[in-house]
Design a protein around this ligand. Structure first.
Ligand code: ATP
Length: 893
């Protein structure tokens, strides 16, 4: 059926005319067949900038580099001087380089694609009258979109139903405050992205729920239009990119200085300019680490894929690097440190406390003597069933658990106690809800039964008690006295101190409909203590983080005593440390004052905090120079997740908004995954550092040798093609293998890296220069031996120098193991890929040696076996020296 799309000024139309224009229904949505048709017709609900670049573009981009241009110049110069073999060889090198680059990029791309697929966001829509969840990419114009607190709006839409619906439109307007929506058509002409009866793609639902008819997807949304304007496809450079380009610039300077020195001395010595030009090109090629950026990308993408397999989906490339520098993790408690499989453990009424358990679906009192009045029990259990959003018929299709575990356990309790939750919701028809918020820490629902209105409420004890005025004592309802309040708070404190999560329950029965804000004048009924044990593997993960120099701080919405108990159990605080700060003790505006700052920095447990306080605690830590990782799940956590250096959202229990804002999403919500992610982050950075040191020291050795030979034995000079071969063929594979290797066992025993440090620190430069000097030394040594024991023939000397350098660079890969690891068994020798790379590279050297064409191109000749042995022996020299040095150093350490 033809529909009118895009729709102009959808806000000004009535819902009915919109239904007609978009051929949909406010109750049934579109039909499945129609959805399929529209999906094909309108395409995906994503921006063009997110669509992938074509393979052809990827191929072409392999040739877009200054070094390739330089090689083309060299190749054409060779053609001009009729040196056809050399020209063809250079073209082949360019081609091989492009092929390697292309496949590495393809590998990186498929890793990134796999990562993106794990991070699909979903939208709830009604199609054919049924509520279903679809990937947000598949949203179509006319879909009936269902929205609730915590959702990210996935398309523009005209609201047709709402309940206490508030959104944060800061992604569109830049102003972060709740916007109240309504169904009314604006009387004046408004800017089309600001209408009160519309929702917009990319905005966040803060409160309530709504239904909207989708009027725009992809580029036909307000956000899509802005993105087009600002050209969101321009990707931002990460700190790592900047560090790599700083490094490359340094290398270019080194080359320039060396080349100038070389050229000037050549002219003074009266060398032919063609030779000077060729060697200058060789020098430039030698110094430029062509393989570097792509190996970095491959290492990052591969590392991220490994992290994803261990439950951490990294969404921002730069976070991988930041992760390695994190020195404080601010974590929530429920579900991250604890199992979030919640069991009812204690029912506490004003007059008695009963320990219970649910066995085989029946409620058992642990103390057999207790006989509970059915009336009290029924009341408590019924409030738990009514003030509840967990699904009554949970889906058994997938393993995912829908609903808040506390609420699920309340439904189980109802069934076990013999007061069916399903029957309760039929008897008491829900009229409205005051949703739970981590600020109010309470939730309430209003129901109607016959002519009576009933409010059911549950929440944090202090907060709920503050809105209670009476108390249920058996059958009687009495005024709530100060004495009773104190006693209830004491009981709650006692239960919390034993590690239970405690919720209070209250109700109100009235013949008149209560006011809109019905969380007041309630009758207190009792407490329920839930057992939420710490996850089994948490203690180890926390101690790993500790030895890695990372501070762990718990920030929770739960009771201080519960928080402290769990903190002690998992090792966040020592058993004798009772230091905990409660949210009420933190004046929000004064958090950055000096004495308070000190107290905050010295406290490891924060309880009853609000999302705003979380944000402020992040700020305190950042101001004190910390690199902060912060976990969050709620819509209100989004600002703190954004502010933290690494925002970590919970994949299972997190809201869409938290997941979209965070830079890492944990698939299993567990703290252990955070510590593993930090370990991986460090490993990836260590790998990058490792192959950078490897590549740069190899490049530098080539520069040293070319310069040295230029002065000492110009006739035996390494030829541009030989250097190219070393640089573009043999160096890259070992570097790549190092890039995807495992870190050494000490990564988590060292303090975090200072993120401001360059990839190659001053100390690293010293190491690189030493390595390069050793490799140069080995070449000089081989030339010396060759002159003494074989011949002084220029070609033989050149060949021996080339082979020595090729082998020395390959053996040099073993120098890249950490000083803390063993000589024979270390992370490099254990890396299978290193062995494969070496085998490949040694074979390549022999292959070019065997074939006459490549032999001619590389100026190689059959040299005496003695010369080979000299090359082999000399090439092991750097490896030998470094291993002896490490041995001595380890012995001393
Ligand atoms: P964490 O911040 O570690 O996840 P939390 O789940 O306790 O801990 P919040 O979700 O902010 O933090 O909850 C704060 C408090 O609000 C809880 O301790 C509990 O007392 C109360 N609460 C939690 N969920 C509900 C709910 N669905 N209905 C009513 N009250 C709730």
């Amino acid at each position: 059926m033809e529909i009118e799309y895009p729709i102009k000024n959808a806000y000004s139309l009535t819902a009915e005319s919109l239904e007609k224009n978009l051929s949909t229904s406010q109750t049934e949505g579109v039909s499945d067949a129609e959805a399929l048709k529209r999906g094909k017709h309108f395409g995906l609900n994503s921006y063009k900038s997110q669509k992938q670049k074509s393979l052809w573009r990827m191929v072409l981009e392999q040739f877009k580099s200054p070094i390739v241009y330089l090689l083309f110049v060299a190749a054409f110069a060779s053609l001009y001087f009729k040196n056809n073999i050399e020209a063809v060889a250079i073209f082949i090198v360019i081609l091989i380089n492009a092929i390697i680059g292309f496949f590495m990029e393809l590998q990186a791309r498929s890793s990134m694609k796999a990562l993106r697929e794990m991070d699909i966001s979903y939208s709830k829509v009604i199609r054919n009258g049924k509520t279903i969840e679809i990937p947000s990419e598949n949203l179509i114009p006319g879909d009936l979109l269902l929205l609730e607190a915590g959702d990210m709006v996935s398309g523009d839409g005209r609201i047709v139903f709402l309940n206490a619906f508030q959104v944060d439109e800061s992604s569109l307007t830049g102003e972060s405050f709740p916007v109240f929506k309504s169904l009314e058509i604006p009387t004046e002409k408004t800017e089309s992205a600001h209408a009160q009866n519309m929702v917009y793609k990319g905005t966040a639902v803060l409160n309530g729920n709504a239904k909207a008819i989708v009027t725009g997807i992809a580029e036909e949304t307000a956000l899509g239009k802005i993105s087009e304007l600002v050209g969101s496809s321009v990707s931002k450079k990460t700190p790592l990119d900047l560090k790599i380009s700083r490094l490359t610039k340094k290398l270019i300077w080194i080359t320039l200085v060396m080349t100038t020195l070389f050229a000037v001395s050549g002219f003074i010595k009266g060398q032919p300019w063609l030779q000077i030009l060729k060697t200058s090109i060789a020098l430039a090629v030698a110094a430029f680490p062509e393989g570097l950026p792509i190996v970095v990308t491959v290492a990052l993408a591969y590392g991220m894929l490994l992290m994803a397999k261990k439950h951490s989906i990294v969404k921002k490339l730069s976070s991988v690097e930041t992760l390695g520098s994190v020195n404080v993790i601010l974590t929530d408690k429920t579900g991250t440190l604890t199992e979030n499989k919640i069991y009812v453990e204690v029912l506490s009424f004003p007059t008695e406390e009963i320990r219970v358990s649910i066995k085989n679906g029946t409620l058992e009192f642990k103390d057999a003597r207790v006989e509970k009045s059915q009336l009290d029990l029924e009341l408590l259990v019924r409030i738990g069933s009514l003030c509840n959003n967990a699904p009554l018929n949970p889906s058994t299709k997938d393993k995912k658990v829908y609903g808040d575990p506390v609420e699920i356990s309340l439904l189980l309790l109802a069934d076990a106690a013999g007061f069916s939750a399903k029957e309760a919701v039929i008897d008491f028809i829900r009229i409205s809800e005051i949703p739970f918020s981590s600020k109010s820490k309470m939730m309430a629902t209003l129901h109607k039964k016959g002519s009576d209105f009933n409010v059911s409420a549950k929440g944090a004890v202090e907060n709920l008690l503050a809105v209670c005025t009476s108390i249920q004592l058996g059958d009687a309802v009495m005024d709530l006295t100060e004495e009773q309040r104190k006693k209830i708070l004491e009981s709650a404190e006692k239960l919390s101190a034993s590690g239970l999560r405690v919720l209070a329950f209250a109700y109100l029965k009235s013949s008149e409909k209560p006011e809109e804000d019905y969380l007041k004048n309630l009758t207190y009924v009792g407490l329920i203590g839930f057992l939420d044990p710490p996850r089994a593997d948490i203690k180890d993960a926390i101690s790993d983080c500790r030895s890695a120099g990372i501070k762990i701080v718990m920030i929770t919405g739960d009771h201080p005593m519960t928080a402290l108990n769990i903190a002690k159990q998992v090792g966040i605080t020592e058993p004798e440390d009772n230091n905990v700060i409660s949210g009420i003790d933190l004046p929000e505006s004064d958090l950055l004052k000096e004495d308070l700052t000190k107290r905050i920095l010295n406290t490891a447990v924060f309880a009853r905090t609000t999302p705003k306080q979380k944000l402020e605690i992040v700020a305190v830590y950042q101001k004190a120079g910390y690199i902060v990782a912060m976990t969050g799940d709620g819509v209100n956590d989004a600002p703190a997740l954004k502010k933290a250096d690494v925002g970590i959202a919970m994949g299972l229990r997190g809201t869409q908004v938290a997941k979209e804002t965070a830079s890492i999403v944990l698939k299993d919500d567990s703290f252990t995954s955070i510590s593993q992610a930090v370990e991986h982050g460090r490993e990836i950075f260590q790998n990058i550092q490792r192959f950078v040191i490897y590549l740069v020291s190899c490049n530098l050795s080539e520069i040293f040798i070319v310069t040295l030979l230029g002065f000492l034995a110009p006739a035996a000079m390494l030829l541009p093609l030989q250097i190219l071969f070393l640089n573009m063929v043999t160096d890259v594979f070992p570097a790549l293998a190092l890039g995807v290797g495992k870190g050494d066992k000490t990564v988590m025993q060292r303090p975090p890296r200072d993120p401001k440090l360059d990839i190659v620190s001053n100390r690293n430069w010293l190491v690189i220069i030493t390595y390069a000097a050793l490799m140069t030394g080995s070449v000089v040594f081989s030339i010396f031996l060759c002159r003494v024991y074989v011949a002084a023939d220029a070609i033989i000397i050149n060949n021996v120098a080339f082979i020595t350098l090729a082998f020395a660079q390959l053996f040099h890969v073993f120098n890249m193991s950490s000083i803390h690891s063993g000589m024979l068994k270390n992370e490099v020798t254990k890396n299978k890929l290193v062995w494969i790379a070496l085998l490949l590279c040694f074979s390549l050297v022999f292959i070019v040696y065997v074939f006459p064409a490549s032999r001619t191109a590389l100026n190689l000749e059959f040299i005496p076996i003695k010369a080979w042995l000299i090359a082999l022996l000399a090439s092991m020299l750097p490896l030998f020296c470094v291993q002896v040095y490490k041995l001595v150093k380890r012995g001393k350490g």
